[in-house]
Design a protein. Structure first.
Length: 263
C-alpha cells in the first residue's frame, strides 16, 4: 500500500502527531512527547514526518541530530508510532527509509535509537528488515515508565546503530535483507522457552549462541507480570551477558531468536 509521507512544520500537524503517539503508547491525552517540544525540534532543523492514508494521519516519526560534531554527527531516531490499522501495513519500514534518505541527503551516515530487546517483532524489524546492528545492552535505560506498553517493567534497551550507507542498509532498502538461518547456524541456545512459557537459561560458550524471546511480552506484562519480570531478568543475563563477554548480535529472526557470534 502506498502512503504519503512528508515532513511537517505547522503546529496543527504537530498537535495531531503528539496525540497519535499518545494513542499508540496507550495514554490518550498524555503524549510521550508534547507538541511544543515537537515545534522546537522542527524549528531548529530536525526531522519530523507524518504519514497519511487518504488524508488521514496514521503514523509519524521524530528524530534529532546528536553526537560529538568534532567526530561524528548522527541522527537519534527517538519515536516512531503507527496506528494498528490495515492501512498502515509496512508503514514503519517506509518511515525509516524516508528518514534514512533525509539523513543521507544531509551527509549524516549513522542513525541510532533504542528498542526493548524483549519485543521480538522490533528486533526482527531493526536487525533483519533494516540491516542495523545492536552493539550495546542498556540496563533500565529510561527508569520507570508509565505508558500502556512498558508499565510495570524495567526499561532495559538495546542500542540500535544503523550505518545508513552500508551494504546491509542498501540491501535492506531494496527489500533484499537476509534473515539468519537458526538451523544452519550450529548455535547453542543459552535462553529458550520452557513448557510453561518460562525462560530457561543454559550456559554455553560456543562460537555461536542463540537467545529466545517470548511471543508477546506486552500482553504478558498484563496477564502475568511475574513471568514478564522473569523474562526481563533472564534476557538481561543471557543477551546482555553475552555482549559483555565479547559476543556480537549477528541478527534476529522473525520467530524470536537472537543469533550471537563470538568476536
Amino acid at each position: 500500500m502506498n502512503h504519503e509521507i512528508r515532513e511537517v512544520h505547522e503546529l496543527e500537524d504537530l498537535r495531531a502527531l503528539a496525540e497519535l503517539f499518545a494513542v499508540v503508547w496507550g495514554r490518550p491525552g498524555e503524549p510521550p512527547i508534547s507538541s511544543d517540544i515537537l515545534k522546537a525540534l522542527v524549528h531548529s532543523g530536525n526531522y519530523i514526518s507524518c504519514a497519511f492514508s487518504d488524508g488521514r494521519l496514521i503514523g509519524g516519526l521524530v528524530g534529532w541530530l546528536g553526537g560529538d560534531p568534532r567526530h561524528e554527527l548522527h541522527m537519534h531516531s527517538h519515536i516512531l508510532g503507527v496506528l494498528p490499522d490495515d492501512e498502515a501495513r509496512g508503514l514503519g519500514f517506509e518511515l525509516k527509509q524516508h528518514q534514512r534518505s533525509w539523513c543521507l541527503a544531509r551527509g549524516v551516515n549513522v542513525m541510532e535509537w533504542t528498542t526493548d530487546p524483549l519485543i521480538r517483532r522490533n528486533a526482527y524489524f531493526n536487525l533483519a528488515k533494516l540491516g542495523a546492528e545492536a552493539p550495546r545492552y542498556l540496563v533500565d535505560f529510561y527508569g520507570e515508565m508509565r505508558d500502556g506498553i512498558n508499565k510495570g517493567d524495567e526499561s532495559d534497551r538495546l542500542l540500535i546503530r544503523w550505518s545508513l550507507d552500508s551494504k546491509k542498509a542498501k540491501s535492506a532498502a531494496l527489500r533484499q535483507a537476509a534473515e539468519p538461518d537458526v538451523e544452519k547456524s550450529g548455535g547453542d541456545p543459552i535462553l529458550s522457552t520452557g513448557p510453561e512459557g518460562e525462560p530457561v537459561f543454559t550456559p554455553a560458550s560456543s562460537r555461536v549462541l542463540l537467545c529466545a524471546t517470548p511471543a508477546d511480552i506486552v500482553a504478558m506484562r498484563r496477564s502475568d507480570p511475574a513471568l514478564a519480570r522473569e523474562w526481563r531478568i533472564a534476557l538481561r543475563g543471557a543477551l546482555g551477558g553475552a555482549l559483555a563477554e565479547g559476543y556480537a548480535i549477528a541478527g534476529a529472526t522473525r520467530g524470536g531468536w537472537y543469533v550471537l557470534e563470538k568476536q
